[in-house]
Structure formats: structure tokens, C-alpha cells
Design a protein around this ligand. Structure first.
Ligand SMILES: *Cc1c(COP(=O)(O)O)cnc(C)c1O
Length: 368
């Protein structure tokens, strides 16, 4: 058994290399820094990743979700079905429009929204379903699409963690009415901060462009009320460099995950549904009954590890009712995942030696 722990293996290692720095400097020297040619090029290049859909760049993934819902006409009086086992941004975006998030459970075994639970949560007020491709695994979008069609609902993908994921060959961002991506530094690719909305609907794309820039396409010819959620050209230039490496990085993430799948015996590895291409934003295992002991062991071995998300969103303060969880939400699979899940390093810059240390530490922790 190794006694030395070695250097820490970080949970994430965002890349800001010479190419990103050179791109940013080039834009800064050009003087065109706000939503100019770099943003237009970034949108066009990103479109190739989402089966040619229209792409509208914004300043964050949260803005992407918020604007997507606004462009769909969702607001006060509407309900949007979301998972609770996600980052708070998913439900925050719903609340920011004045609509109400309705929390539905995740699938047993998986970490994504359960189509049966979503179906059971539909009411006459439901306007949209917003599954999350959590950890980089596509949600069961074929079933959600059928459900949305049957009930006349919009289908919004929270693809913030799922760049280049796909289901039955259809990429994330092209599986719903609207798709939303994040370019936060720890995501599979970044633009310092940033987001992208994708849609096949040209009219919706135009509305999104208006909403991100004061409601105007032509200067001072304001058509609707909008915000300023523009992406900078500096960010877009960094995003373009990262997009160019996404394919290679995704293969590395998948190879790293395959290595861990083959080696790990001390925890339950992440499930992959039939037809799903998982891009491992996180490599998240389950450790039923003894996650905290496992985490202490990983900490001792200096293996980065994190719990996303320790408190399900429906139990976060803004979503409580009368100081406690809303009695409408009964989400046993969400609670179980929140108690069992721990994410391990899987990012593309890990060395083989680091990966081996991750697997060894998990197996020791599982046997202890
Ligand atoms: C990161 C993330 C977001 C928000 O993206 P930002 O760019 O940080 O605003 C939304 N949903 C999920 C699932 C995320 O992981």
C-alpha cells in the first residue's frame, strides 16, 4: 500500500494556455471588444457542434437559460418542470422569468430527470420541461420529446455540462426546442465566462438576439424590452480556441472515464444509457452508506473530489415554502443521489499516473 500521497490531483484544471492568451491579446489590440466579429465567428463555428442550429452567444449559461425561457414566452403563471438534482441556475432561470419551477425526481440509477416523474408533474399551467444533461450524460430526450409533443410543451435542454454529448447520434443542443450551454472555466470548454443558446427556430433565434441587446437589432430601433447580456469579443476569441480543442479533450475525458470504469471496484461507476454518448463533465460514482468515509480517504490521498450537489435545489432557501421544503416535492431518488454521489477527477489534462492514483485511492477507500 502506498504511504506517500504525492502531489494533489485537482478536481478540475481549466486551460488558459498561450493560444487563449494570444487570442485575447489580439482582440484587445484590435479595439473591437464587444459582440463583434469574434462573437459572430464563434456562433457560426459552434453551430457545427449542434447540427447546424442557430446559435446566439450570451454572457453566461444562466443568461442562456433565462433568455431561452423568455424567448419561448414563459413567464408569470407558467410552470416549468425541472430536476432538483442540478445546479441552482436551472431553477433560478425559471424564477427570474416569473414562472414557477416544478421539481420532479431523477431516474433511479441515473442522475438525470425521470420522464415518468416529469409526466406525472404536468398540470394545465405547464409550459415547458427542462431536463439537465447532468455531468455530461444526455437526459432521455427521445422520451421527453414525445411527452412535450403530446402535451404541446416546449423542451429546453440545460446542456451547460454537455458540449459534444449526444443521444442516438443527435448532439446535445439539437435535442430540444432550445438548448443552453455554459462556458464557465470548469466546463468542458470555456470562454472565461459565457453561454450559448441553440435553436432550429429562426424566429426564436431573432428574439434571442433582440433580448440579449436591449431589444434592438438596429441601433436605436428598439423592438421589444431586452437586457444587456452580450458576450465580449475577448471571451468569444478564447471560446473559439477552446472549441477547436473540444474534440480532442472530449476523447481524453472519455478515455479517462473508460480507464476508471475498468479499474474502480470500490464504488458504483457512472451509468451510461443505451445510445448515449457521455462526455464526462464529471466522473461521478456512488458510494452508498459511506460516502463521507470515502471522501476522507480521498482527501488523505490528496485526490480532488467534490459533491455536486449536496443540497437538492428544492431544499435551498429560495425554493422553500414557510421555511421548509414544499410538501409537494417528494423526491427519493434525488435525496439518495445527493447522499451517495461523489465526483472524481476526469479532466483531459490528467496524466496516466494521476488517473492510476485516483483509482487506487477509490479502491482503498472502498475496502477500508
Ligand atoms: C454551470 C451550469 C449552469 C450555469 O452556467 P453559468 O455559465 O455558470 O451561468 C447552468 N446549469 C448547469 C447544470 C450548470 O452546470
Amino acid at each position: 500500500m502506498p504511504v506517500e500521497s504525492g502531489d494533489p490531483v485537482p478536481a478540475a484544471r481549466p486551460v488558459i494556455g498561450d493560444a487563449e492568451i494570444d487570442a485575447a491579446v489580439r482582440v484587445l489590440r484590435s479595439g473591437r471588444v464587444v459582440q463583434g466579429p469574434e462573437v459572430a465567428a464563434f456562433e457560426e463555428e459552434f453551430s457545427a457542434l449542434v447540427a447546424g442550429r442557430h446559435c446566439v452567444a450570451v454572457n453566461s449559461g444562466t443568461s442562456a437559460l433565462h433568455l431561452a425561457l423568455l424567448a419561448l414566452g414563459i413567464g408569470p403563471g407558467d410552470e416549468v418542470i425541472v430536476p432538483s438534482f442540478t445546479f441552482a441556475a436551472t431553477a433560478n432561470a425559471v424564477r427570474l422569468t416569473g414562472a414557477e419551477p416544478v421539481f420532479a425526481d431523477i431516474e433511479p440509477g441515473s442522475f438525470c430527470l425521470d420522464p415518468d416523474a416529469a409526466a406525472a408533474a404536468i398540470t394545465p399551467r405547464t409550459a415547458a420541461i427542462m431536463p439537465v444533461h447532468l455531468y455530461g450524460h444526455p437526459a432521455a430526450m427521445d422520451r421527453f420529446a414525445a411527452l412535450a409533443e403530446r402535451h404541446g410543451l416546449a423542451l429546453v435542454e440545460d446542456a451547460a455540462q454537455a458540449h459534444a454529448a449526444s443521444l442516438h447520434g443527435v448532439p446535445a443542443g439539437a435535442l430540444g426546442t432550445v438548448g443552453c450551454f455554459s462556458f464557465y472555466p470548469t466546463k468542458n470548454m470555456h470562454a472565461l465566462e459565457g453561454g450559448m443558446v441553440t435553436t432550429a427556430d429562426a424566429e426564436a433565434a431573432r428574439t434571442l438576439r433582440l433580448l440579449r441587446n436591449q431589444g434592438m437589432e438596429e441601433r436605436y430601433a428598439n423592438e421589444i424590452v431586452g437586457a444587456n447580456l452580450r458576450l465580449t469579443d475577448v471571451a468569444a476569441a478564447v471560446g473559439r480556441v477552446q472549441l477547436g480543442r473540444l474534440g480532442e479533450w472530449t476523447e481524453r475525458r472519455r478515455a479517462n472515464a473508460a480507464f476508471l470504469d475498468a479499474k474502480i471496484t470500490g464504488a458504483v461507476p457512472p451509468p451510461v444509457a443505451a445510445g448515449a454518448r457521455h462526455v464526462y463533465h464529471q466522473y461521478t460514482v456512488r458510494v452508498p452508506g459511506r460516502r463521507e468515509a470515502m471522501r476522507r480517504h480521498l482527501d488523505e490521498r490528496r485526490i480532488g473530489n467534490a459533491v455536486y450537489y449536496p443540497t437538492p435545489v428544492h431544499r435551498l432557501r429560495p425554493f422553500l415554502r414557510d421555511g421548509g421544503p414544499d410538501p409537494r416535492w417528494d423526491l427519493p431518488e434525488t435525496e439518495r443521489a445527493a447522499a451517495e454521489a461523489v465526483s472524481l477527477p476526469v479532466h483531459p489534462t490528467l496524466t496516466e499516473a494521476e488517473l492510476a492514483r485516483v483509482a487506487d485511492a477509490v479502491n482503498e477507500g472502498g475496502a477500508a
